[in-house]
Structure formats: C-alpha cells, structure tokens
Design a protein around this ligand. Sequence first.
Ligand SMILES: *C/C=C(C)/C=C/C=C(C)/C=C/C1=C(C)CCCC1(C)C
Length: 237
Amino acid sequence: MEHLKIDSQNYVAFTFFIGTMAMMAASVFFFFELNNTSQKWRTSVLVSGLITFIAAVHYHYMRGYNLETGESPTFFRYVDWILTVPLMCVEFYLITKKAGAKISLLWKLIFTSLIMLIAGYFGETVDRDNSVMWGMISGAAYFYIVFLIWFGEVAKLAQTAGPQVAKATRVLAWFVLVGWAIYPLGYILGTPGGLFGIQLVSDPTAAVRFMNIVYNIADVINKVGFGLVIYLLSRTE
Ligand SMILES: *C/C=C(C)/C=C/C=C(C)/C=C/C1=C(C)CCCC1(C)C
C-alpha cells in the first residue's frame, strides 16, 4: 500500500491532520474526566466530549479525503457542523436549565442553527450562483443566535443562574460572536463572487485552500475551547 505524504507546503493537509489530533485528544480528555465530574454537570461535559468526538471522526475522514483527492470535503464538513453545532446549542440549554430554560428555547436554537448551516451548504454547493443570497440568509440566522445568547432568553436566564453560570455563558457568548464569525470569513474567501462581488483572493484554487485552513483553525478553537469552558464551569460550581 502506498502512503501519502504531507508536503511541507501543504497547509490544508497539515491543518486537517492537526485538527484530527486535537479533536481526538480533547475527546479522550472529556470522556475520562466524566468520572470526576459532579452529577450536576456530567451531561454537559459528556456533550462536550461528543462534540469533539463527532468532529474527530469527521476530521479523520476529511483528512484522508483531502490528501487523496486534493479537494474540499465540503459535504462531510457540513455533516459534521449539522451534528455538532446543534449540540453546542444544547450546551446553552443545559447550563441555563437550572435557571428555568424551557424546551422551546432549545428548539429555537437548534432550528435557527440548522437554517444557518443549510443555507451555507446551498451557497457553497448546489446554488453557487446565488452564494451571496444564501450567505445573507445564513448570516441572518447567525445574528439571531448571537442575539439570543447576548441579549435574549439565554442571556437573561444566565443572569439568574448564579455568578459562575453567568460568567461561563459570557465566555461562550464571546466564542459565538468572535469564534463563529471566522466561518463567514472562510465562506467569503472560498466563494466565487466573494462578498457582494468583491473577490478577496483572485486565484480560485488558492481561495479554496484558504477557506479550508480558516475552517480547520476555527473548528479547533471553537469545539475544544467551548468544551473547556464547560469543563472549567463544572470544576468551579
Ligand atoms: C464546530 C463548528 C462550528 C461552530 C461551525 C459554525 C459555523 C458557522 C457559524 C457558519 C456560519 C456561516 C455563516 C454565518 C454565513 C456563511 C455560511 C456559513 C455556514 C459559513
């Protein structure tokens, strides 16, 4: 069997590889720490581990796919997001549940995140001619999630859930506002027409490379970082 090497200039393949390792290591950590986690926080830490574990499996696949074909594993990227982003929404519900979060809030967050991702998928694949329109729909859903977490129901519940939960929710809110904002940047970089016709990188293959690197870095920051905030909360409360 032939083994594929990662060329030293191939940052896409390299970030896929590092992404796989980071997600695997984080999953092992969260799963093993479950034993020393209080009953109250066990589900939250378990969900953190599930998020990085699902990503690890997808990254392992995407890493191989990209190395063998040189192409973007867009379909599996979105399958990964469609599974993990709603789980991140579940985390917001779980940590504010003790303060009275209703199941309707959970569905609202899940539904909006699905709109955000499905619109992005259409813009990146089946309807690239209308990528600006799909990007706007996706962006609107994203801003609604930001609103709920910063000023809406999630923010209000977190205030009444005690100082530790309020503090952790604030850190997670920054992840959503800044960490998640990296994704539209990747989308704009990799989409023909870019932002309202402004093409950030003129060479289309370079643009797609940049897009994958941006997505890979964002995924590690957001999934591992998000999980660690939950983990630290489980240690302070
Ligand atoms: C672990 C994966 C995460 C946290 C993925 C998050 C993805 C987004 C916030 C994607 C957002 C997008 C827009 C706001 C507009 C353009 C299309 C997307 C899907 C890239």
